[in-house]
Design a protein around this ligand. Structure first.
Ligand code: 2NE
Length: 270
């Protein structure tokens, strides 16, 4: 596939091909661990994905055949968070979780190797996960002095069930791609050399579907877990669709024309 660079960054690659944006964590020397700057770059790239009309689906992956992402870079973990280049401790991967969940387009984790710790959470928060046979999954937090009691636990439990989620976090062991698929946190497992091809095929199929329908499905599935925030995001999209209707235009027009609105002219559906 002839991927074209959308924007140059230091820690990630950001490419485009036929309506698909691909965000690749590009720190293979640390098994694609993220530091605060990596997350800032991903947040910027995902914002571009939100804004650009020609981007329909986003793929998140890692460079090479060893790791998707090994979580927070332990070399910059300090007091209060992961230390950025200005010396500020941050946990800004949590902002990325929110960004991926609220992006009104499907996000697919293309897991090409280890998805461990915070890297495991990243695949969990994506809408779909396609993994290569060599991929390995697991949390390490309680082993290395960390935890994610947010989406990394609660949304994981929606995928694999409460008992398995507790096992994953309490034991901190690794699971094969096949085991992860059986648990329900991976959609499909393919040989490594088929990973990108399969992911592009899934993207092409998704891109034949109605974007607004997919958007509402994602909102509804999120709202089930996200409480008032999830309802707000779904309600925002309902408002968007209302603004596309003449009934909403009539209210504004009547105000501007200093007359009473005539809402009676619009059909009421049973
Ligand atoms: C991923 C894993 C299991 C791979 O093991 P192995 O034996 O195949 O490779 P190795 O030798 O451990 O790693 C290869 C190179 O990558 C670096 C290593 O230090 C090593 O570099 P050299 O020593 O050869 O120079 N590397 C790997 N992961 C790294 C990391 N996270 N930070 C910095 N360098 C890393 C094995 O490497 C592993 O278990 N990695 C650590 C996974 C981990 O515990 N991640 C942090 C979890 S906490 C977290 O991510 C988090 C959170 O819980 C809450 C909020 C935010 C973040």
């Amino acid at each position: 596939y002839s991927w074209e660079t959308i924007k140059e960054y230091t820690d990630i690659k950001f490419d485009f091909f036929e309506g698909i944006a691909k965000v690749t964590i590009n720190r293979p020397e640390v098994y694609n661990a993220f530091r605060p700057e990596t997350n800032m770059e991903m947040l910027d790239a995902f914002e571009i994905c939100r804004e650009r009309q020609d981007i329909n689906v986003v793929v998140l992956t890692g460079t090479g055949d060893k790791a998707f992402c090994s979580g927070g870079d332990q070399k910059v973990k300090g007091i209060g968070g992961y230390i950025d280049q200005e010396g500020v401790p941050r946990l800004n991967v949590l902002d990325l979780h929110k960004k991926i969940r609220s992006l009104p387009k499907p996000v697919i984790a293309m897991v090409n190797g280890y998805a461990i710790g915070g890297g495991h959470v990243l695949h969990v928060v994506c809408d779909l996960t396609i993994a290569s046979e060599n991929a390995r999954f697991g949390q390490t937090g309680p082993k290395v002095g960390s935890f994610d009691a947010g989406f990394g636990s609660s949304y994981l439990a929606r995928q694999v069930g409460q008992k398995k989620a507790r096992e994953i976090w309490f034991l901190c062991e690794q699971y094969t791609a096949e085991e992860a698929e059986k648990m329900g946190m991976v959609n499909k497992v393919v040989p490594f050399d088929m990973l990108e091809e399969t992911t592009v095929q899934w993207c092409r199929t998704i891109m034949k579907r109605s974007p607004l329908a997919l958007r509402m499905i994602k909102r509804g599935l999120n709202a089930e877990l996200d409480g008032q925030h999830g309802i707000m995001e779904m309600a925002g999209d309902a408002t968007l669709m209302y603004y596309l209707m003449e009934e909403a235009q009539e209210g504004k027009n009547a105000f501007l024309e200093k007359r009473d609105p005539d809402f009676g002219q619009f059909p009421k559906f049973p």
